[in-house]
Design a protein. Structure first.
Length: 223
């Protein structure tokens, strides 16, 4: 199945392979047990037949193996259905704006934004690095407590204009008492594809990958 904006899947097939392997092992044990039981019945002495309790115990074991085999087949079917449902849900994210924890976002047309949460009001040294890890901008400013948006227009510390691309923010924050506090950052963007190559679908925001289970919020674009 080809879907625009997605990568081919290999993660789900890996899961099915494991289930199939486990089922095959149980099936082999099941067949071996049945062969042994049948052979034992054929070759027992008429003068000294198998003890009834022993025979009953073997039948119970036989039934247990059969039930385990059927259970694994059912689990395999459920895993396949779950994988298909997850893939369908992931494709539904394409074209929507999502928010997730993260520090790397795109600078495009002279604009990059991060959502910042400060547990307390204080000051922070904000450092922005390019994709190579080089510092392109740094400043110290006051930040209020709670959620806020930090915007950068792409101007570097030397006054030049940074090229469009991926940039990562680091915030070293302190409260008014000078104690170190942790400022959390989030990024937002429009999903333009889905990568199914791993066990969890990865939503693509350009070159940024976001695990489906890490999405904090979603806003669908009006059509």
């Amino acid at each position: 199945m080809a879907i625009a904006g997605t990568s081919s899947s290999s993660g789900s097939s890996g899961t099915n392979t494991n289930v199939t392997g486990g089922t095959t092992g149980i099936a082999n044990n099941f067949d071996q047990f049945l062969t042994l039981l049948t052979t034992q019945l054929k070759n027992q002495s008429p003068l000294d037949p198998m003890d009834t309790n022993q025979f009953t115990a073997q039948l119970v074991q036989f039934a247990g193996v059969e039930q385990q085999l059927k259970t694994n087949e059912t689990l395999g079917s459920l895993l396949s259905l779950t994988s298909a449902s997850t893939a369908t849900n992931a494709v539904g994210f394409i074209g929507s704006t999502i928010t997730t924890d993260g520090a790397t976002t795109h600078l495009a047309d002279g604009k990059a934004e991060w959502k910042v949460n400060m547990p307390q009001a204080g000051s922070a040294t904000v450092t922005i690095k390019d994709a190579n890890g080089s510092v392109v901008y740094s400043q110290t400013k006051a930040l209020s407590a709670g959620d806020q948006t930090y915007s950068w227009d792409g101007t570097t510390s030397v006054g030049a204009k940074a090229a469009d691309g991926l940039y990562t923010i680091t915030i070293d924050a302190k409260n008014v008492a000078g104690e170190t506090i942790t400022a959390k950052t989030q990024i937002s963007g429009v999903v333009d594809g889905v990568d199914f190559s791993g066990s969890i679908p990865m939503l693509k925001i350009g070159d940024i990958s976001v695990a489906l289970d890490k999405v904090k919020s979603l806003v669908r674009t009006a059509t």
